[in-house]
Design a protein around this ligand. Structure first.
Ligand code: UD1
Length: 417
């Protein structure tokens, strides 16, 4: 199993261009199942999760071809086979197959998905929403089976929580339902807007994506189109936090800073010096970073996917900090590993108390989930000495060859086989 060895006391120099968003790409790739004759995608990131999703889609008969800078997902002859359990369990996003498969075949069977081991991550909001569209479900032996008698029928759906995945799943199914669907208390994450943009190019009629109320007028058929995946706001935010933590002058390019307004405001309140451009952020060295208290929230609040990274920064900031994790239970698995590097963090239920001003020292640590592992990279780059991160596959799911991407900007990071 691969490991990452990081030489500490690093600084970042120059700039980095952010790649396509994983969380936008996964549902959009799945949306190709809805097209009668395929979908061309640009700016797909080179990540393990994307490869897993390609294999999963190939299971359903989708033929994937790279044509210059585009990837074509040919869905002309798809089938409704049972998805490979080993692929589904690797990725929670596999649950998003349900909506499109039901819309195309009126029935679907997939195994309950896996993904990061953060909390129980149930799928009740997905199922309740799809049920309103006329789908009947049964869960047996680890499989969800779904079928709809005649047609999916538009409905008024109010989500009990603005789940990102449930909003996407329902939106995809409803785009081929009969009549109008309204999703209230919808998640507002920009990746949902990107999916809606792509579906609309395919012929769907979706309005309001990016707000709490999405209105979908069902259409009979979706067809071939082309879409460029938005850039990854979480990867961008990670590199901004890294540059602040390493007190470096560094530019993060090819991004939409608007989509990071809450985390950027938090960083500025902590004392970070940022020059925010139209499609870039320049981090400048600052005279000191101080602690802060924050809560993770659905978009446009502080993203749970940047919680572990900012916690690493808080450990070396002046003064104490506090984080209340409002989205996932059990998303503090990085705490014990950050503590191994010299941080002093305590947790009580969903709150983490972070003592600032710690001087970190390199150690052997274990990655537990995707964002947890990148927080260890940040801490390792800051620490004195060498840090080795085990279970690197978590990191590879969401960051493109981080040793090369960051390696080009100064740090010495080596992948050990
Ligand atoms: C997506 C992102 C993930 C991010 C998360 C929250 C993708 C591929 N992943 O995950 O990186 O951390 O949004 O911003 O886009 N919940 C239920 N029942 C459900 C669905 C969700 O109780 O049916 C709960 C979850 O357990 C969790 C919370 O709702 O506590 C948020 O989950 P959700 O917004 O659905 O996240 P994902 O779509 O899985």
């Amino acid at each position: 199993m691969d490991k990452l060895q990081i030489t500490g006391k690093a600084i970042l120099t120059g700039s980095i261009s952010v790649s396509g968003s994983k969380n936008a790409a996964l549902p959009i790739m799945i949306a190709s199942l809805l097209s009668e004759n395929g979908l061309y995608l640009k700016n797909l990131p080179a990540l393990q999760d994307i490869l897993t999703m390609k294999k999963l889609l190939e299971n359903f008969g989708i033929k994937i071809k790279k044509i210059n800078s585009q990837t074509f997902f040919d869905s002309t002859n798809i089938n409704n086979s049972l998805a490979d359990y080993d692929l589904v369990r690797k990725m929670r996003a596999s649950i998003l197959l349900l909506g499109p498969l039901i819309a195309r075949f009126k029935k679907a069977k997939i195994s309950l998905p896996g993904g990061c081991a953060i909390g129980t991550r149930p799928i009740d909001i997905h199922l309740n929403g799809l049920e309103k569209l006329g789908v009947k479900f049964s869960i047996e032996n680890g499989f969800v089976s779904a079928d709809v008698k005649k047609n999916l029928t538009g409905a008024h759906i109010k989500l009990s929580f603005p789940s990102v995945g449930a909003t996407e799943n329902i939106m995809m199914a409803a785009s081929k339902a009969k009549g109008e669907t309204i999703i209230e208390n919808a998640a507002r994450e920009p990746e949902i807007e990107d999916l809606a943009k792509c579906l609309n190019k395919m012929g769907a009629k979706i309005a309001g994506a990016g707000t709490t109320k999405i209105i979908i007028e069902g259409v009979k058929k979706l067809s071939k189109s082309e879409h460029t995946i938005m850039s990854d706001r979480i990867v961008a935010g990670t590199y901004v936090i890294a540059a602040v933590m390493l007190n470096s002058e560094f530019i993060i390019k090819k991004i939409k800073p608007d989509l990071l307004s809450t985390p950027l405001e938090v960083l500025q309140n902590m004392g970070a010096k940022l020059e925010i451009g139209n499609d870039s952020i320049k981090v400048l060295p600052s005279s000191g970073i101080k602690g802060i208290a924050l809560k993770t929230k659905p978009y446009p609040g502080f993203p749970t996917d940047l919680q572990a990274q900012i916690m690493a920064l808080m450990s070396v900031a002046k003064g104490n900090s506090q984080i209340k994790e409002m989205i996932f239970e059990n998303r503090f698995m990085h705490v014990s590993e950050l503590n191994r590097l010299g941080a002093r963090i305590k947790t009580k239920k969903d709150v983490a108390y972070i003592e600032g001003g710690r001087s970190l020292k390199g150690a052997k640590v274990m990655a537990s989930d995707l964002r947890a592992s990148v927080s260890l990279v940040l801490a390792g780059l800051y620490a004195e000495g060498k840090t080795t991160i085990n279970r690197l596959y978590h990191l590879d799911r969401g960051y493109e060859k981080i040793e090369e991407t960051l390696g080009k900007c100064g740090p010495i990071i080596t992948r050990l086989k």
